[in-house]
Design a protein around this ligand. Structure first.
Ligand code: SAH
Length: 262
């Protein structure tokens, strides 16, 4: 019996896949990749005999059938997913039937698009005394939001919000944030195709103008929306420093200056 690996392909640039994921690809017999977002380049390390299939036109049942067939034939199978497989990736829906079929499963994490978007814009999702919390969420589209998780409710924390799957619902994002008490001037970052060579675009704006800017740039898919009181900190004239590198702060690997001299 073979095995199925759910591998996070990262946000787009194949170099952002983990070394572990890449090593597995070099030994794979069959790779089923999520074609809409995972670049074919991600499969560039596959051996010559490897069967590579795009799952774009397949429904869940067909995907599961494909994975089970290959694993039952003794193959090493990879389901290559965008970003991290554990975020909006239908992971458990695919794992359960594999468990039922007695097929071994392992998951390799990936760089999620929220992290790639913050990185390319040189933003920190947390800052001392500004916010120490990141909420990964989406607004309600065809998938309903569970009770207590509307953006208006989550945004009341004034923590960092990384909003997936919602670029076509920017108007709703705006109105829910305003209802939660964010100002029209609150900074907002939209990154389209973060890390994709030649295709990435970074749009900065405020709640008041971001929709217009995205429209002008024709951004209506594959985009991350980040709203955070930390945005733009690179340009702030002063800010609280983190304790991590403070010379008066001890932690497990370093003694504070006072203690060292004592
Ligand atoms: N598992 C993925 C998310 C899949 S849901 C992850 O961890 O990133 C698909 C949504 O992810 C898109 O609607 C978009 O909001 C976001 N996304 C995926 N790749 C992206 C990229 N390269 N740049 C910006 N957003 C991306």
């Amino acid at each position: 019996m073979g095995k199925v690996w759910f591998v996070g392909a990262g946000p787009g640039d194949p170099d952002l896949m983990t070394v572990k994921g890449r090593d597995l690809i070099t030994k794979a017999d069959a790779i089923l990749f999520a074609g809409s977002l995972v670049s074919l380049a991600a499969t560039r390390w596959a051996p010559a005999h490897c069967e590579i299939q795009d799952s774009k036109g397949m429904d869940l049942e067909q995907i599961i059938g494909w994975l089970i067939d290959k694993a039952q034939a003794g193959q090493s199978v990879i389901r290559l997913q965008t970003g991290d497989p554990g975020l909006y990736g239908a992971l458990i829906e695919m794992v359960q039937p594999l468990d039922q079929a007695g097929i071994e499963v392992e998951v390799v994490p990936g760089v999620s698009s929220a992290m790639a978007s913050a990185a390319t814009a040189v933003e920190s999702l947390t800052l001392p005394e500004i916010t120490q919390t990141v909420i990964l969420t989406r607004v309600e589209g065809r998938t309903p939001m569970p009770e207590g998780e509307s953006l208006t409710e989550l945004a009341q924390h004034h923590a960092t919000l990384c909003i997936y799957l919602s670029i076509t619902l920017l108007e709703k994002v705006e109105s829910e944030l305003l209802a939660a008490g964010w100002s029209q001037e609150a900074p907002i970052l939209v990154v389209h195709k973060a890390s994709w060579p030649d295709e990435e675009r970074i749009i900065r704006g405020t709640l008041a103008n971001i929709r217009e800017r995205c429209k002008a740039e024709k951004i209506n898919s594959q985009a991350m929306i980040i709203v955070s009181p930390t945005l733009g900190a690179r340009q702030w004239p002063s800010m609280k420093k983190s304790k991590l590198y403070d010379k008066n702060f001890s932690h497990r690997f370093r003694c504070a200056a006072k203690e060292r001299s004592a």
